[in-house]
Design a binder for this molecule. Structure first.
Ligand code: TYD
Ligand code: MG
Length: 455
């Protein structure tokens, strides 16, 4: 009988290679190719008799369900993002740029939980115990009963966790420092990170502890190394923000136990992160309503309305190819709006540099911002300030039509609360509040808006 051929599979993207190589042709990752037995799956390899299966009981979709048991931190914005607290037996990945404040947030969460009587273990692989203590002192958390360890070896961490402390929540800071004896590659490589994360998830499932894993994000915005880690955990939260600003936003990217479109807003101070329960006031705080190129966008983040200023600067270019720079919004989306303005509204921007910025280091993910962006661009080009009492929202299609967006009443209510009396919004918006003397400026297509602003 022929010797069974083994194959070499990239653990990052799944590409199959005939021989081992240092670099995967499929995804370009290094050290991700592992030898696997192609017959090792269903049916087993030659000479192996498959184990006799045991039937499991089938059940129906209806029936009793239990609420996931949660551990609330009491930090309002954090509990909002997790969907009501960390879930026991689950694993959460908290990703973010180095230095953004992940360790700070989790130390505050650890202290808050421990003050509520939960047993918390904080494993730091990046800082020595003395450093973690210093931070805790700064955060006023030094008197809490959080247990600390500075360790990076997976087997040692598991042994420590299993030692009878029975933690309710474990924080691993960070997964990039984890290394296991059973894998040869260096710490930080895909295989090491995956092995470490797998072991931590298994511990969480077995003991019912909640596992919080910290992961650094690379320049490309990915959790370093493995995208696969995101598939392995139950929830993925990203901590973002501009380092030059004080605001930090914790965003749900995936959540098996709660909503995925919530954000938590924090402000970084010299004694740690503070909850910001009304983000609109914060983002509009530095607003200069009289300058051209600024439009207030009435956005939604999950269940919460967020008002934020969109700023545009359109200036004649001195370059052959004009510049387009965007902070806080999708650059492809900006190109689309510019194209629609050119094609349908007669707004010529081919000889202009275009800069777009979302105030406060905030990042907009909704297409509903199209109308506010267009208004800001036209306002800047024409040198005419937009009416200061108006907010803008609506999605623009390639034909120039302005399409209705969801949750119109919530957006308008928040705008009213903050002193805006009118709104430019899509014509035929459903559920428009009527009869309270408000004037809604209903826009059917983008050319109408351009005429209104620039005359
Ligand atoms: P840190 O939590 O160490 O970031 P990460 O774990 O994501 O790498 O936060 C680092 C930054 O936060 C650092 O530049 C200092 C700042 N910081 C404050 O402004 N106030 C504070 O109370 C603390 C603890 C940190
Ligand atoms: Mg850190």
């Amino acid at each position: 009988m022929a010797k069974p051929r083994t194959q070499f599979v990239c653990q990052n993207c799944g590409t199959v290679h005939n021989r081992w190589a240092g670099k995967c042709d499929g995804c370009g990752e290094w050290n991700t190719i592992v030898e696997e037995d192609p017959m090792g799956g269903i049916g087993g390899g030659p000479g192996k008799t498959p184990k006799k299966g045991r039937a499991v009981a089938l059940t129906t979709l209806s029936g009793e369900t239990e609420e996931a048991p949660r551990i609330q931190t009491g930090i309002g914005e954090l509990d909002r993002v997790t969907g009501g607290g960390f879930v026991r037996g689950s694993a959460v990945l908290v990703g973010g740029d180095p230095g953004i404040g992940k360790s700070t947030l989790l130390m505050q969460a650890a202290a808050a939980l421990s003050n509520r009587g939960h047993r918390i273990i904080y494993v730091s692989g990046e800082e020595a115990v003395a450093q973690v203590r210093l931070r805790a002192q700064r955060l006023g958390a030094a008197s809490s009963d959080v247990l600390l360890a500075a360790e990076t070896n997976v087997e040692d961490i598991l042994a420590t966790l299993a030692e009878g402390k029975r933690p309710d929540l474990v924080i691993i800071d960070s997964i990039q420092t984890l290394w296991s004896d059973i894998v040869d590659s260096a710490p930080g490589t895909v295989t090491q990170v995956r092995t470490g994360v797998q072991a931590m998830i298994r511990f969480a499932k077995q003991t019912g502890a909640a596992m919080v894993l910290v992961g650094h994000v690379t320049k490309e915005g990915q959790i370093a190394g493995p995208r696969v880690v995101e598939h392995m955990v139950d929830a993925v939260l990203y901590f973002e923000g501009d380092r030059g600003h004080h605001y930090r936003i914790l965003r749900t990217v995936k959540n098996r136990f709660g909503p995925t479109d919530e954000i938590g807003v924090f402000e970084m101070s010299d004694i740690g992160l503070r909850d910001v329960s009304n983000p609109s006031e914060l983002f509009l705080g530095e607003r200069n309503a009289k300058s051209p190129g600024a439009a207030v966008f009435a956005g939604m983040e999950g269940t919460r309305p967020v008002l934020v200023e969109v700023q545009a600067l359109v200036a004649p270019t001195s370059l052959g190819t004009p510049r387009r720079a965007v902070v806080g919004w999708d650059s492809a989306r900006l190109s689309m709006i510019l194209a629609v303005l050119e094609a349908h509204c007669g707004v010529r921007l081919g000889q202009h540099d275009v800069y777009l910025n979302v105030a406060g280091g905030y990042r907009i993910t909704e297409p509903a911002a199209d109308l506010a962006v267009a208004a800001a661009l036209v306002s800047s080009l024409a040198g005419i300030a937009l009416p200061s009492e108006s907010v803008y929202f609506g999605e623009v299609s390639l034909s120039g039509a302005v399409r209705p967006v969801s949750q119109t009443p919530q957006r308008l209510k928040e705008a009213e609360k903050l002193g805006f009396s009118t709104a430019s919004l899509p014509a035929s918006s459903a559920e428009l509040p009527k009869g309270n003397g408000k004037r809604w400026n209903e826009i059917g297509s983008l050319p109408d808006l351009v005429v209104q602003i620039a005359g």
